[in-house]
Every structure is written in C-alpha cells, then in structure tokens.
Unconditional design. Sequence first.
Length: 207
Amino acid sequence: MVNIGAGTGSYEPPQTVVAVEPSPVMIAQRPAGSAPVVRAVAEAIPLGDDCADATMALLTVHHWKDLEAGIAELRRITRRRIVVLTWDQSVTRRFWLLEEYLPEAVALDDARATGIDRLCQLLGGARVETVPVPHDCTDGFGVAYWRRPEAYLDPVVRAGMSILAQTGEEALRPGLAGSRTTSAPAAGTSATPNCCARRPSTAATGC
Ligand SMILES: C[S@@+](CC[C@H](N)C(=O)[O-])C[C@H]1O[C@@H](n2cnc3c(N)ncnc32)[C@H](O)[C@@H]1O
C-alpha cells in the first residue's frame, strides 16, 4: 500500500509500505513508527512502475496542481487497486452551514473540487461508493461537525478546515455572526444549525 498525499498519516493502514507527501510541516507531525515517507507530489511519484498492490489518496486530490498527471502516476505505480476519497461538490454545496450561513466559502470549493465523473474517467473506470459522515466524526474536515454546529464558531476548528481557512475570517464574519444570533425556528424547519440533527448526514464520495 502506498499512501499519496498522506499528511500526518490519519487513516493509514498498517499495510502501508511508504507514504508520499510534499509538505515538511505535515511530515514532521507523522507519529513515530508510521510508514517511511518520501517527500514528493502526486504528479511525480519517485517510485517504479507497478510497484504497489494498492494506492490510496484521501482528501488530497483537490490540492493537486495537475489532477490528470497525478492520477496517471497512481495508475503507473499501482498493480491492483486505487482508492480515492473526495467529496461531491453538488452535495456539499447544499450543506446547511455553507448554504445558509457561509455562502462566501462555496466559491472556493466550486473552483477546486474534483468532479466525480472526471475522476472516474481519469481512473479508467471506477466504482463509486458514498461514505456517510458520522455525527461524532473525530476528523476535523469541513462537514465533520454537521450535528455539532457550535464547533464552527471555534477559530481553532475553522483553522483546520481548508475551505474556511482559505476563505478567510474577514469574509466569514457576517455569516458567523448570523449563526450566533439566529433564533431557534420551529421544529422541522431549517433556519438554524441545530436543525441539522434532523437531516441526513452529508456524504463524502470515494471513487
Ligand atoms: C487535507 S490533507 C489530507 C491528508 C491525509 N490524506 C488525510 O486524509 O488525513 C491534504 C494533503 O495533501 C497534500 N498535498 C498537497 N498537494 C499535493 C500534491 N500535489 N501531491 C500530493 N499531496 C499533496 C497536502 O500537503 C496535505 O498533506
């Protein structure tokens, strides 16, 4: 198993032989005992053809400068299976936080999200599976706190979400202020973050 865009190694299974990650900041945070890491980008992986049984690329393809080159590299080094986890922007842009409070942040992900169809095409065909995000998800990615709305008011939580960190606090301020002052609506309506408890979970999509 080769983990591409591995970051600090979250989700890395014990079978991982090597991780590929360009950021020294992320590499420095990899726990002791995790797989050895090669500092490189997905677009130019310094590994031989067909060297891996499987590769995984979780929540990273939207960061790549050249998606086509990166997926071609995954296909070059992988013998059997490639697993990509990303989100479906047509679903996520309707997430209550973005739709009702922080529409300023939607444009960023509209521009950088990877189309599921395009990804499948570049992979040469793929099975698409929807991955529900549990309400008590311990990762801090963008939609993780869908049933814990108060978390989005915490600047430390926001700093860990590239969609909010890159949109910037200035642009988010009106929406965040609105979420603080919105009064509770009648049960079953959708004007307050709390009502997300009654909504289906937002899904990320693996391909
Ligand atoms: C949101 S983190 C995800 C990390 C890890 N896969 C996980 O799920 O916890 C995105 C990672 O992609 C890395 N990245 C950015 N550009 C990349 C590229 N061109 N090729 C490979 N990884 C890249 C970042 O440095 C970062 O570690």
